[in-house]
Design a protein around this ligand. Structure first.
Ligand code: RIB
Ligand code: CA
Length: 328
């Protein structure tokens, strides 16, 4: 993704979500980003809660000028009932990671603003038509809205400047299954379709996000800024932190996964990357949702994605804290 003019026009597709909240507030506090809109997607909670949380976070940040478009409620080709059934079988239900309200139980006032009267996929398409070649789409959840927009109008989606997504993994273990990351596992058909779109794509997956750990000392620094937004993040991360400490005690903290696509856009030099041909396993016996990246020196297929393999993880956290120290 080259020669992006700042401010970079972004659309955030998100399922807030504790780490989504970290990412949204980070992006809103960086003048290098012009957030044109937020589209919601099911994932860390159902679509109603995720949409509500997106609106409430914008209100917290005093940015109700940014439109929110409601996204899809279930994966491509699956009914809500089938999705509910999958959710019951989910190895560790997403609701447990992010709490019952998706924001770790932390309360935000009922939003006063409503979502716009346009479904997420149409909002994405209309906005890309308005700014062809200028928009970076930043998906932080299942890729269902993005795939639906591709199915509806691929030619318009090819006018994106790029897609910089949180999802997938190449070398690190999965977090939904042994090999699959949650955003991809939650709708592998959508993710695979996105991989076929002919625009620059960056995959910011668990290989790097599981290194960007927010330790208690970082939480205390965030708290010391004593800003409304920072204090909210401290509160909403408590449940998420406890979840991480239970399941991944060796990490001694929690991952701020969804911040990293934004860090990448501003500081690509912090990341070690490799261009590769990436597709998603959609029908594996044990591997559904695996992002299969051909890293072989003699790979035959033309690379379709830049894959993040390593990161200066402390620099990511420092940059996040520095940004939030200036928040309101
Ligand atoms: O696997 C981590 C991803 O799943 C993050 O985007 C988190 O918010 C959840 O959606
Ligand atoms: Ca997310």
């Amino acid at each position: 993704m080259k020669n992006l003019r700042t401010p970079i026009k972004v659309i955030i597709d998100t399922d807030p979500g504790v780490d989504d909240a970290f990412a949204i507030l980070y992006a809103l506090n960086r003048p290098e980003f012009e957030v044109l809109g937020i589209t919601s997607i099911f994932g860390n909670a159902g679509i109603d809660l995720c949409t509500r949380n997106a609106l409430a976070l914008l209100e917290l940040a005093g940015r109700t000028d940014i439109p929110v478009a409601r996204g899809l409620a279930n994966p491509l080709g699956k009914s809500l009932a089938e999705w509910e059934e999958i959710r019951q079988r989910f190895p560790r239900g997403a609701m447990n990671v992010h709490g019952d309200n998706g924001l770790g139980g932390a309360e935000l006032p009922e939003p006063q603003v409503q979502p716009i009267d346009l479904p997420a996929m149409d909002f994405i398409l209309e906005t890309v038509k308005r700014y062809p070649g200028e928009i970076v789409l930043v998906p932080l959840g299942r890729l269902t809205n993005v795939a639906a927009a591709i199915i509806k109008d691929r030619a318009t989606m090819e006018k994106l400047a790029g897609i910089c997504l949180m999802g997938g993994t190449v070398r690190a273990p999965g977090n939904s299954t042994a090999v699959a990351e949650a955003n991809i596992y939650g709708d592998p058909d959508a993710a695979d379709l996105v991989m076929t779109l002919d625009v620059p794509k960056v995959m910011v997956g668990l290989d790097v996000t599981m290194k960007a750990i927010f330790h208690e000392a970082d939480t205390q620094r965030l708290k010391s800024f004593n800003t409304k937004q920072g204090n909210f993040l401290v509160e909403c991360s408590r449940h998420y932190d406890a979840f991480y400490r239970h399941h991944n005690p060796h990490l001694d903290g929690f991952s701020i996964h969804d911040v990293l696509p934004f860090t990448y856009l501003l500081h690509p030099e912090l990341f070690e990357v490799k261009d590769a041909y990436v597709r998603v396993e959609t029908r594996g016996r044990f591997t559904t949702g695996q992002t299969v990246a051909d890293l072989r020196a003699f790979a035959k297929d033309k690379p379709n994605c830049t894959v993040c393999l390593d990161v200066d993880h402390r620099a990511v956290i420092e940059d996040f804290l520095e940004t939030m120290s200036k928040s309101k």
